[in-house]
Write a protein that binds this ligand. Structure first.
Ligand code: GLN
Length: 479
């Protein structure tokens, strides 16, 4: 039995039954990380000591037959833009490379309460801006299926950790696809929950009207398990919905089994790699075999999603990142004699190229004279994109699309061409703009053996529908 291959729910059972000691299991994960992280660059920081200590507590609970938390003994990796008290939280940036938060994010508190083992912090594109993890100040993570390929981004480190068995589960953040796209490129399951269901308290903000924390896991069951733990109202986050979390695992077996599926015609045809399109179409055939009703629909505003996203996301980013000035947080430039010079030098030296590009774009679209033409217009188109989905969900349970138009691309292949890189998100940004939940599950491999992701979207708060549909497909898809 290989611990690294177990799903979270399987590992918890083993530990509960005493078939493996938790400390022993955690130690073996840490050993693997030390062996493999040099080539994968998945983890930026290991929390070895505290992980082993938490494991000892779980072992004690097992031996004393105390009640175990829902995530007891499961090694979980946390994206390095989520605050962990006393542990560096860098956001993949030079400007925060020595920042140690004095508090835990709400999601971290929730993991701990359920006896999860946090084993380390994972690599990401700087401030979660990117689709390949190549924008990290600490170098790119590598795709475990082919080390010359990117793992996707921005939660690339988290996807790599789960795909290569260095962690059983991971948390990522998704502003425009950063959980789902790396999940697709690495062959794991990634969920972007409904906006407002998971607290962002302690998540370093990128674009506040779009950001969501969510799970990266090996299967749908683990996704449901982890989402059940991290969701729920949090008074510390003013955008948090007044909902309580529930046991989504239970709903996997009891929920309805037939779905009305909408397939948007805009998501197929030119622009998609052939292997991707074929794999997704095969999944659609399977849905028909399961007696789900499948119909073609149109999402006419989808063609504006990328442009809209890159106006709104950069505008919000430019405002959120104004706080890094060398005074309040992190890095401070050494030799400045004036305040303005201190700001300029700190930000000039501290931020990487992509972050600077976005701050400039965002500042431009918000500036006097251009605000209405760009940001104001962007917000209006966003409403149309949301209405597209509202209309479809009047008649359908789920929408199906590829997660990414391509499989994992080569390291360095798109880094000089930001616009091509931005197109990686063509199918993922709409869910963030509309605030709806979406999951990516593996649905096959390309001829070169690289994973392909299928995306399932549903209306706000319909995570139950997503999990059940994804679970049924997962049982029936041979990937
Ligand atoms: N790749 C997208 C971007 O660069 C999405 C990032 C994200 O979801 N954090 O903005």
């Amino acid at each position: 039995m290989k611990l690294a291959e177990l799903k979270g729910w399987e590992l918890r059972e083993l530990i509960k039954k005493g078939e493996t000691g938790c400390k022993e299991a955690v130690a073996s994960f840490l050993d693997e990380i030390k062996k493999k992280n040099k080539s994968l660059n998945s983890f930026l920081t290991l929390t070895e000591e505290s992980a082993l200590k938490s494991a000892e507590i779980v072992d004690k609970k097992v031996s004393q037959k105390q009640k175990l938390g829902a995530l007891a003994g499961i090694p979980i990796a946390v994206k390095d833009n989520i605050c962990l008290r006393g542990v560096k939280t860098t956001c993949g940036s030079h400007i925060l490379d020595n920042f140690v938060p004095p508090y835990n994010a709400t999601v971290v508190e929730k993991l701990k309460k359920e006896d999860a083992i946090i084993i380390g912090k994972t690599n990401l594109d700087e401030f979660a801006m990117g689709s390949s993890t190549e924008n990290s100040y600490f170098g790119p993570s590598k795709n475990p299926h082919d080390l010359k390929k990117v793992p996707g981004g921005s939660s690339g480190g988290s996807a790599v950790a789960v795909a290569s068995g260095l962690a059983t589960m991971a948390l990522g953040s998704d502003t425009g696809g950063s959980i789902r796209q790396p999940a697709a490129l690495c062959g794991v399951v990634g969920l972007k929950p409904t906006y407002g269901t998971v607290s962002r308290y302690g998540l370093v903000a990128f674009a506040s009207s779009l950001d969501q924390i969510g799970p990266l896991t090996k299967d749908v069951k683990d996704s449901a398990l982890l989402f059940g733990v991290i969701s729920g109202h949090d008074p510390n986050d003013s955008t948090s919905l007044k909902i309580s979390s529930k046991d989504y695992l239970k709903t996997l077996d009891s929920y309805k089994t037939k779905f009305k599926v909408a397939v948007p015609k805009e998501a197929f045809g030119a622009g998609n790699e052939k292997d991707v399109e074929e794999a997704v179409k095969k999944a659609i055939k399977l849905m028909e075999k399961l007696n789900w009703s499948v119909s073609e629909v149109s999402l006419p505003y989808m063609e504006y999603a990328i442009a809209t996203y890159y106006i709104i996301a950069t505008a919000e980013a430019s405002s959120n990142l104004a706080r890094y000035d060398g005074v309040k947080y992190g890095y401070r430039s050494k030799d400045s004699s004036q305040l303005l010079e201190l700001y300029q030098n700190t930000r000039g030296e501290g931020f990487g190229n992509e972050v600077k590009r976005r701050i400039m774009l965002g500042t431009y679209v918000l500036s006097a004279g251009y605000y209405e033409a760009y940001y104001g217009k962007g917000q209006k188109v966003r409403t149309f994109i949301k209405q597209d989905f509202d209309n479809v969900f009047k008649d359908f349970d789920i929408v199906i699309m590829p997660t990414s138009p391509t499989v994992a691309f080569g390291l360095g292949e798109k880094i000089e061409d930001p616009l091509t890189m931005y197109l990686s998100d063509i199918f993922t940004v709409s869910a963030n703009l509309a605030g709806i939940p979406a999951i990516s599950i593996p649905c096959g491999k390309s001829k070169a053996g690289l994973p392909i992701g299928l995306q399932i979207l549903a209306k706000p708060l319909a995570e139950e529908t997503i999990f059940k549909a994804a679970y049924m497909l997962e049982q029936n898809l041979k990937t």
